[in-house]
Design a binder for this molecule. Structure first.
Ligand code: ADP
Length: 497
């Protein structure tokens, strides 16, 4: 069985950890304190490497480097075409190092290597090519104002961007943040998540090889309340972009407001409904709902974590969803054919097991799973609950693990009301063959993304972000550019009207 396979020696990743220092002003440097912290292999809980631990004085240094690169360096002043060419060269280098990046990502995060190597790194490359494409297509307007004036708007980079990213998609989050900021000509201080510092350091080094001037992209590893808070509250950071939990989002928004009122974009938590209508092909619906929840070990802010199923197909759906979860292949993420690796760390692992116990105690039916898998690392059995009710904690709070909660509904008005009855509004899945049902649900759901008969489609051009407490602003697509631009109105009287 899979659990037995987990007792074997973990597969050795085909990559060396080359970079563990902070990247400031184009150079790898130790933290000023000399401190390091261990980053762990989620398969075993063992140390992969000791990484420089940035604190506020390191953030100060990184912001100073980014400030200098913005105020005095060539980056914001070079032609858009030159900036575009650097981004395209960086994308080529990322593509060339696909397998090393994928191995680092899997080693540090625990996600299946095939997912990293075949999906995520290619998406990273695609994102940077997409944003390279925008670099020379950012322009203002001429404005027909009253009176005899020539009026135009200039779209200028906002300055030094502070960016704080989570651990669930370390490199994709890097790309969502760094891509638009660089395309617009900003400089950056990025703080990676303490669980997954390795891949961003490698990727940022490739940007320098591609010709990115020093100080434009600085990467600080470290913890949230120290390095992260220092960045959010820095007086010389002009813009903050954050992805993480809703609770931390509130903290950084407050830090930004209390310091220099830097504008903030937030991409936060979710509790996304996945709605299976009565006309659905049950086998297809089961497969898609399974993917919507279990993808990336269930560690997705937009996971379809409330599976609403119409009563007419409910019993058949539950039986098949259970069978599908039982077939899910869990194991060493470096092994071929693996669908699910370990959770990121012991904290998330314990939290997930606590939610599972809470589901059982609150009276939901545990169809399958419910426990850890193996005896080392942070593997959790694919778990399915049926007879879940809206008031239960497992239906209200973000579990961020491989735990599917299935709820029954009778009609559209009811499911719309229940799906919207949450403080979150990140995404929703709608599964139906009826176009009227699809249109009705699409318009009624208060969420930033509705996936109809698909899920987790993350094209570079499609905007992503949340309604309500799932966030502020949009990332990806053209929409993300305005997060990184200032608009300057220029008004000139006309001499000879
Ligand atoms: P998660 O539960 O996914 O770890 P967090 O919101 O805690 O979500 O973490 C997301 C990112 O926010 C990480 O890079 C983390 O270090 C950072 N972070 C956590 N706490 C703070 C804080 N008080 N100030 C700034 N950043 C923080």
């Amino acid at each position: 069985s899979t659990a037995t396979a987990l007792e074997e020696e973990p597969i050795k990743p085909a990559v060396q950890v080359e970079h563990t220092q902070l990247l400031i002003g184009g150079k790898f440097v130790d933290a000023l304190s000399g401190k390091t912290f261990p980053t762990l292999d989620p398969r075993t809980g063992e140390v992969i490497a000791h990484v420089a631990e940035g604190h506020s004085e390191d953030v100060d240094r990184a912001v100073a480097a980014a400030r200098k690169a913005f105020d005095q360096g060539p980056w914001p002043k070079m032609t858009a075409y030159e900036r575009q060419r650097i981004l395209l060269r960086a994308a080529d280098l990322l593509e060339k190092h696909n397998d090393e990046l994928a191995a680092l990502e899997t080693w540090d995060n625990g996600k299946p290597y095939e997912q990293s190597a075949q999906i995520e790194i290619p998406m990273l490359v695609r994102l940077f090519r997409y944003y390279a494409g925008w670099a020379d297509k950012i322009h203002g307007m001429t404005v027909p104002a009253d009176g005899q004036y020539h009026v135009q708007t200039l779209h200028e980079p906002i300055g030094v961007a502070g960016q704080i990213i989570p651990w669930n998609f370390p490199l994709l989050m890097f790309a969502w943040k760094v891509g638009p900021a660089l395309a617009c000509g900003n400089t950056i201080v990025l703080k990676t998540a303490e669980q997954t510092p390795l891949s961003a350091l490698y990727a940022a080094k490739l940007f320098h090889e591609a010709g990115l001037p020093e100080g434009v992209l600085n990467v600080v590893s470290g913890f949230g309340p120290t390095a992260g808070a220092a960045l959010a509250s820095h007086m010389d950071v002009d813009k903050l972009a954050f992805t993480g939990s809703t609770d931390t989002g509130k903290v950084v928004l407050e830090l930004a407001a209390r310091s220099n009122l830097k504008p903030v974009t937030l991409e936060l938590g979710g509790k996304s409904p996945f709605i299976v209508c009565e006309d659905a092909d049950v086998d297809q619906a089961v497969e898609l709902a399974h993917f919507a929840l279990f993808f990336n070990q269930g560690q997705c802010c937009c996971a379809g974590s409330r599976t609403y199923v119409h009563e007419r197909v409910y019993d058949e759906f539950v039986e098949k969803a259970k069978a599908r979860a039982l077939k899910r292949i869990v194991g060493d993420p470096f092994k071929s054919g693996i669908e699910q690796g370990p959770q990121i760390d012991s904290e998330q692992f314990e939290k997930i097991l606590k939610y599972i116990r809470s589901g059982v105690q609150s009276g939901a039916t545990l169809e399958t799973g419910g426990d850890r898998l193996g005896s080392k690392g942070f593997y959790v059995q694919p778990t399915v609950f049926s007879n879940v009710e809206d008031g239960m904690l497992i239906a209200k709070e973000e579990i961020f693990g491989p735990v599917q909660s299935i709820l029954k509904f009778k009609d559209l008005d009811e499911v719309i009301e229940r799906a919207n009855n949450t403080r979150y509004g990140l995404a929703a899945g709608v599964f139906t063959k009826n176009i009227d049902t699809a249109n009705t649900l699409t318009r009624a759901l208060r969420v930033g993304t509705v996936w109809v008969n698909c899920f987790d489609t993350f094209d570079a051009a499609i905007p992503f972000g949340g309604y309500k407490m799932s966030g502020q602003g949009r990332e990806k697509g053209e929409y993300s550019l305005k997060n990184y631009l200032q608009v300057k109105a220029v008004v000139t009287p006309l001499k000879n009207p």
